[in-house]
Design a protein around this ligand. Sequence first.
Ligand SMILES: Cc1ncc(COP(=O)(O)O)c(C=O)c1O
Ligand SMILES: [Zn+2]
Length: 368
Amino acid sequence: MNLEFYLTCTNCNKKYDIKVKYWRCPSCNSPLEVNLEYPKIDNFPSIVNKNEFNIWRYKLLPFFENRISLGEGLTPIIKHRKDGLEIDFKLEYIMPTSSFKDRGSTVSITRAKSLNVEKIVEDSSGNAGVSYSAYSAIAKLKSRIYVPKDAPIAKITLMKMCGTEVIECETREEASKRAIFELKENELYVGHIWDPFFIEGMKTEIYELFEFRNLNYDSIIIPVSSGTHILGIYKGLKDLMNMGFINHIPRLYAVQAGGCTPIYDNYYNVRWSGEEGLLADGLRVKNPPRLKMIIKAIRDTNGDILVVGNSEIISALKYLYRLGLIVEPTSATAYAAFERLKQKIGKKILIPLTGSGMKTIDKIISIK
Ligand SMILES: Cc1ncc(COP(=O)(O)O)c(C=O)c1O
Ligand SMILES: [Zn+2]
């Protein structure tokens, strides 16, 4: 299958070749998006390579040659019943680096490698950094990653062990700014909060659900920071709709943690106030570049955005651990939101569990 991919600006609609090194639109500085002419196919298996046991089994990905893969994807589902509702937990933390980020990294690093750069540069609150570190290590690309200095020690340590140069910054925002500002010749900025290729990987979570389940969810609940996950899920659903495989899109519920609520504040045009949710160390992007797109995805699907605090996160975490689901506090926010939403979100719910508790033991250890 010969597919034609290109980049489009999400604001001014300018079109660019897929092989450019831009990380945002050079004309208006807005985020870019990968697009393709959808193939005319009448059965889903024709876009699946059944011999590949990673996300590249789906042929609707750019830079299909010379892939940098660690066998990511095909994550398990655990079924759970609660108060008469059916929950599918998708264990996105069962991944090479223990978070859903590996779906994005395999595509972003494959693309970076194809551009013959020496070094990639990223900013991250932790998980994306660990993931990029592992993928750049196997790609034999150097990496420099800017992190907030209070990121979980396990996440910082794992990045260093993979050979990454880690720059510790005062805050998450400083990490984003310095990553871009200190970029040098022959380095490629692949910051996942901007990189359109990262979202391409995310959409495979939906393809997977379609291939192995029937995707008849009423709602999906997703922790949101920069929005790569929710936007990948939305994109995957739209792809399936565009190709005529589904005719219903579940409602998308976004969850943020108290203390970092840019999407909530914009959506409701208020300043959030309430209990802090700092235990969710992965949810701290204060200026998501794709904010407008995230709000559109929530509105288009009749979803909503809510904010949870530490006490709800702790209860959710304890509940999940007793189901044997060893997740990190950031991932527990989705279950905390479920507890609040359960009267009004339908009967079949998908909750992706995004990251492993093993990397956040320093945060979990203080929970009583
Ligand atoms: C475990 C976990 N869940 C969810 C998110 C939010 O993902 P996104 O930035 O794609 O919105 C993050 C981000 O770092 C994370 O680490
Ligand atoms: Zn533009």
